[in-house]
Every structure is written in C-alpha cells, then in structure tokens.
Design a protein around this ligand. Structure first.
Ligand SMILES: [Zn+2]
Ligand SMILES: [Zn+2]
Length: 229
C-alpha cells in the first residue's frame, strides 16, 4: 500500500515518507573512502586506515553520514519497528548503490543481533532492511546465514587491536547455511556503521565459510570514527 502522510523530516504532506526535496538535500553525495565509506575532505580512493589495513569487506555503500535526519530516522526505525521506515531506508540505500554504480551482490545477509538483544527488541532491524533490499534488487536475503555467538564487551576506551581481539569468533556461519554462502558475492546489511570492526568480523566469518566477496551496505556512516564497534 503506498504511503500517504507527512514527510518524516519536513512534515509536508505527500506521497512519500521522505519527500523528494528532503532526500536530495540530506543524501547529497560526498567524497568517501571506497572501502569503508568514511567521509573524506577530497576525492581519494581510500582513507588512511584502509590503506594501512584494508578491511575484509570489499567496499561500503552508505546513504549519508550518521547525522540529521538519518540519525533520527534510524533511531525511530530501530526501536519502533515501523515497516514504512524500513521501506524508506532500504530504498534510500538502493538509490545510493545505484548512484555509485555499486555492483549488486548475489544475495544479502543481515548483520545479526545477539539472541538476547533480538529477544529484547522483538525484531531484527538489519534483516528488515536486507529483506527489502533483496526485494528491490531481486536477490535473496538469507535470514540465518550468520549467527552472533556473543556480544563483545563494551568497546569504548579500548585500542583498535583490543577491540578486534574481543570480537574474534563473535560470528559463525551455521553448517546448514554454508551452501548458500560458498562462492557467493554477498551484501552484508546493517543500519549504522561506526568503525566497521563488528562488520569486519562478520565479513571475515562469511569469507572463512567460502564467500567469494563481501560488500557492506549500511544506511548511515558515523562522520568521524568513534571509539565504538
Ligand atoms: Zn520533506
Ligand atoms: Zn576507509
């Protein structure tokens, strides 16, 4: 059913949850690192971090920086389970991929929450995005291709090396999902990416299970790498 109501950002009445003016204004393309999507002052192929230590994922598609209005939209989506917001964010992500000529993966996989967090929240927002992206791109979205075995301890204040060590083994591809992963080019989907340490560890698990390539698809990227996963 098409949305009919007010734009989430400017509150103007219209046929879209985010009106055309707002999406043009707030999803304006800017120079980004081609590997991790960190915002760059000028067009460069990669940021200093990725040059020093390339992440396990091949590239990162993102809509915009994690700032107004995306921070608000993502927060509302995360805690309120609104299907219209999932559709809005997934189509903004599909549009960003088209704009940057990102090759479509063969399938989408969601970055999973831990079982405990999923139970608290009652739904999995990354899978909601992956499912809709799959529908838009006519690709499958796998619901249980990746398991999160544990949540790493809070990451603030730790060095990059300590953060990575804490995350080791956090994700695993269950045996029954391996046939769907092996040899495939995958799009790993999440709502927000901060340093990419968590997504990197998930990508590593998919590659270890035989994935040919993993790209990251996130709605928003924090502007400056924060001290969180
Ligand atoms: Zn608007
Ligand atoms: Zn980078």
């Amino acid at each position: 059913m098409p949305w009919s109501g007010c734009c989430e950002v400017c509150a103007r009445w219209g046929p879209q949850r985010l009106c055309a003016e707002c999406s043009a204004r707030f999803a304006e393309p800017r120079p980004r690192c081609s590997r991790c999507a960190a915002a760059l002052p000028t067009a460069l192929p990669a940021c200093a971090d990725c040059l020093r230590l390339p992440p396990p994922f091949e590239l990162c598609v993102c809509v915009a920086d994690y700032a107004f209005p995306w921070d608000r939209l993502v927060a509302r989506f995360k805690y309120a389970a609104t299907p219209e917001l999932a559709a809005l964010l997934a189509s903004a992500l599909a549009a960003a991929a088209e704009r940057t000529n990102t090759p479509l993966p063969q399938a989408f996989v969601a970055l999973p929450l831990s079982a405990q967090r999923a139970a608290e929240r009652g739904y999995d927002q990354a899978f909601e995005l992956a499912r809709r992206l799959g529908r838009l791109a006519k690709r499958p979205a796998h619901a249980r291709a990746l398991w999160r075995r544990f949540d790493a301890t809070p990451q603030a204040g730790l060095s990059r090396a300590q953060r990575l060590r804490n995350l080791q083994g956090a994700f695993v591809v269950p045996a029954r999902a391996q046939a769907a992963i092996r040899g495939r080019h995958l799009g790993l989907v999440d709502d927000v990416m901060t340093t990419g340490a968590t997504a990197g560890e998930a990508a590593r698990a998919l590659l270890a299970a035989g994935a040919a390539r993993v790209d990251l698809w996130v709605v928003a990227r924090t502007a400056t790498p924060a001290d969180l996963p």
